[in-house]
Design a protein. Structure first.
Length: 108
C-alpha cells in the first residue's frame, strides 16, 4: 500500500463501514529550489512558516556525505517567549539575584 489509489480505496471502504478515516500527510517533503546570486538558496514561504523560521534567524550549515544539512538555531529570547512559564519574578528580584551572582563571581 503506498500510492494514492490505494489510500482512496481504503478511505472509501472505511466510509462504507462508517469508520472515520483521516489520512496523515507525512512531514517529509521534497522541494526543488534554485541557487541564486551569490549562492543564495531560497526556502519557500510556506516551509518557513511551518517551521517557525523568520528573517534574521541563524542557521547551522553541516556538510555530510555530499549533502548540505540546515539546522535553524532558535534565538534565546524567542525561545524563552514560546515556552510555558513556570516561575514568576519581578524586575527588582531579578536585579537583586543578578547583583548577588556578580558579587560572588567578581569579588576577590
Amino acid at each position: 500500500m503506498g500510492d494514492l489509489s490505494d489510500y482512496i480505496q481504503l478511505s472509501e471502504f472505511l466510509y462504507t463501514q462508517k469508520i472515520l478515516f483521516i489520512p496523515v500527510i507525512l512531514l517529509c517533503q521534497t522541494i526543488t529550489s534554485r541557487v541564486g546570486r551569490r549562492g543564495a538558496i531560497y526556502i519557500p514561504k510556506g516551509v518557513l512558516k511551518r517551521l517557525g523560521i523568520n528573517e534574521g534567524d541563524r542557521v547551522l550549515i553541516k556538510l555530510a556525505d555530499n549533502k548540505v544539512i540546515l539546522e535553524f538555531i532558535s534565538d534565546p529570547l524567542s525561545l524563552a517567549l514560546k515556552v510555558k512559564k513556570w516561575a514568576k519574578t519581578t524586575v527588582e528580584e531579578f536585579e537583586e539575584e543578578s547583583e548577588g551572582e556578580q558579587d560572588e563571581l567578581y569579588s576577590s
